[in-house]
Design a protein around this ligand. Structure first.
Ligand SMILES: Nc1ncnc2c1ncn2[C@@H]1O[C@H](COP(=O)(O)OP(=O)(O)OP(=O)(O)O)[C@@H](O)[C@H]1O
Length: 248
């Protein structure tokens, strides 16, 4: 569904991603794991075309017949509206504290695909129910909800939009372990409804709990890829072996 070929990213003369090639299979949950600074977020920024000023990407990122690195701004805007959905580390930063959830969830979901407010209320209430959230939260403010509930609200919006690809960058690092497990369960629900998922993490527990496939990055390079079952059982690269050893 998405394939990077020989992707390199330079920022101000430093190469932060070096000739990386990987494949994100349709319908699966793929985890990209690696230590801080290994280039995970820059890889995601390249595919969303939101690299910081001064950064330059080369190679190819193939998605829906396009090379995203060469797509026009209009093509990228259309993809970001409908096909891609992103969830970041701390959901509370995604919400305006002084605006009720109803308006904000509308903007993140129905507003993106042109549904009116009445259609939104009806469909969103059903989705919230599926996620064990009360419809009352639509009348609340973000500060009245927990971090885990806000992340679940982002999943609700993704379920509404039905994007082709959900990109979740460290979505659980601000959550405690119990809420993290719950979040991963809801992420799986989204995946089962047809959305391919790319999850960026430095936490092997998240990979083991949530992913089917994994991509291991170190210092800007991909050192290992494979199914989670295979890589966890038979890691081939020294770095992956060390990661696994440090887990216990
Ligand atoms: N805006 C920026 N300007 C210059 N260099 C940057 C910028 N953002 C990141 N970098 C550098 O790019 C490299 C890769 O960073 P990146 O954020 O992709 O790593 P990461 O694997 O996502 O790490 P983390 O898990 O800490 O988010 C790092 O060396 C980092 O210092």
């Amino acid at each position: 569904m998405l394939e990077a070929r020989d992707l390199s990213i330079d920022i101000n003369g430093a190469t932060v991603v070096k000739g990386s090639s990987f494949f994100i299979p349709k319908g699966k949950v793929t985890a990209m794991i690696g230590e801080s600074g290994s280039g995970k977020s820059m890889t995601v920024a390249a595919l969303l075309r939101i690299l910081p000023a001064g950064a330059l990407a080369s190679g190819e990122i193939r998605f829906m017949g396009m090379n995203l690195l060469k797509a026009t701004d209009e093509e990228m805007a259309a993809l970001r509206k409908k096909e891609f959905f992103t969830i970041f580390q701390d959901a509370s930063n995604s919400f305006n504290p002084s605006v009720r959830m109803d308006r904000q969830l509308y903007a993140f979901s129905a507003g993106r695909i042109g549904d009116d407010h009445e259609a939104f209320r009806k469909k969103m209430k059903e989705i919230l129910g599926k996620l064990s959230l009360s419809a009352d939260i639509l009348d609340r403010y973000p500060f009245e909800l927990s971090g885990g509930m806000l992340q679940r609200c982002m999943i609700a919006c993704a379920l509404y939009v039905e994007p082709a690809l959900l990109i979740a960058d460290e979505p659980t690092s601000a959550l405690d372990k119990v809420v993290q497990k719950e979040f991963l369960k809801w992420l799986r629900l989204l995946n089962e409804s047809g959305t391919t998922v790319l999850i960026i993490t430095h936490d092997l527990d998240v990979v083991a709990d949530a992913a089917d496939e994994m991509i291991v990055m170190r210092k800007g390079e991909i050192v290992e890829t494979g199914t989670v079952a295979d890589v966890l059982e038979r890691p081939a690269h020294e770095y992956t072996k060390r990661l696994l050893a440090s887990r216990f």
